[in-house]
Ligand binder design. Structure first.
Ligand code: PEP
Ligand code: MN
Length: 350
């Protein structure tokens, strides 16, 4: 349930409502807005009857929220007055996603060597990216495939950050390696295969890092939002409102011409349901390098708040996902197109 307070309600009225919520054994989330305060309630397993709040002053309206996600829902950020959250990473306010800011993350699928990651970092920075991606712990379908350089890969990412100022986005594969990955990463990526790894979601929620949560390849949008809710719910004492980024990366369908089917519907639907920023991964979404720019442009036009794109200095010899990786020149051309398109669809690439 969400309680909307009257614009004339005072601090004491808000306190009294919170005390009632806590006395019922639930948790109150106070969200002061420009004109009035909203109070969200979590922790209830059944709908709460409105008469539980009878006799309390200053309540304008009680809105039932019966979905499995609340903190990430649009209603729970009535303080934003219809705007969306912006996830800022680090101290620079132009490094972020959402509310008009279009964040660009680029780099190779995997960190392969010092030369490869440094060349990638310099190239994507020159083209306009603010974030460097690169997996050090790679969840791969085959046990015989390249699984990443592990901590050595994380150290190379840190070196690339030092050399370029780019912020690091890298995947955390399991709870065992979470502390290590969190020590190097600026943003923790939870991959499609782990979207419903609830132990990992809970563990990630207890770190102080922003999280990039990818949609599972067979997950509905409702399941996706509930996975994000796990992270928000675990972040009670942290600014959960602005530390989770959703990522549409394509889902499995009967189509075999492409690696996945990029779900463009996700953008308008998620935009309606959640205040969280939603970014696009057109690389995994279609899986074919020459087709990535078309999907990227479509995603921006459909409302994406940013993009994560695989770029490799030598795609043909990449140890993972070379077929979908852009060259640095291809990436630069795409960023130029997105800057032009952003002017039309109200997205700024800083
Ligand atoms: C990746 O980003 O390289 C990756 C493994 O993505 P996903 O989890 O979306 O498959
Ligand atoms: Mn990849």
């Amino acid at each position: 349930m969400l309680i909307l307070m009257d614009p004339k309600a005072g601090e004491g009225d808000v306190q009294a409502v919170c005390a009632r919520i806590e006395s019922l054994g639930f948790t109150a989330h106070v969200m002061p807005g420009a004109t009035s305060t909203a109070i969200g309630i979590t922790g209830n397993t059944h709908p709460i009857e409105e008469d539980r709040f009878a006799g309390l002053a200053g309540i304008a309206r009680c809105i039932p929220v019966s979905r499995g996600f609340k903190l990430v829902s649009k209603e729970f950020r009535s303080d934003l007055a219809g705007r969306d959250s912006r996830v800022q990473v680090g101290p620079d306010p132009t490094c972020g996603f959402g509310a008009g800011m279009f964040g660009v993350i680029a780099g190779p699928c995997s960190v392969e060597s010092r030369e490869q990651i440094l060349a990638s970092a310099h190239a994507v920075k020159a083209a306009g990216a603010r974030f460097l991606r690169g997996g050090a712990f790679k969840p791969r379908t085959s046990p015989y495939a390249f699984h990443g350089l592990k901590e050595e890969g994380l150290k190379l990412l840190a070196e690339a950050r030092e050399a370029t100022g780019l912020l690091i986005v890298t995947e955390v594969k399991d709870t065992d390696t979470l502390d290590m990955v969190a020590a190097y990463a600026d943003v923790l990526q939870v991959g499609a295969r782990n979207m419903q790894n609830f132990s990992l979601l809970e563990a990630v929620s207890r770190t102080s890092r922003p999280v990039l949560l990818k949609r599972g390849m067979a997950a509905t949008l409702a399941e996706f939002l509930q996975a994000a809710e796990y992270i928000a719910a675990g972040r009670r004492d942290q600014p959960w409102q602005d530390s989770i980024i959703l990522c549409e990366r394509g889902i499995r369908t009967f189509e075999t011409m492409t690696r996945n089917t990029f779900d463009i519907n996700a953008f308008p639907v998620l935009r309606r349901l959640t205040h969280l920023p939603v970014i696009a991964d057109p690389s995994h979404g279609i899986g074919i390098a020459s087709d990535v720019p078309a999907v990227a442009r479509a995603a921006m036009a459909a409302g994406a708040d940013g993009m994560i794109i695989e770029v490799h200095p030598d795609p043909r010899n990449a140890l993972s996902d070379g077929a979908q990786s852009l060259t640095p020149a291809g990436f630069e051309a795409l960023v130029q197109q997105l800057r032009r398109l952003g002017e039309v669809v109200d997205r700024t690439i800083p």
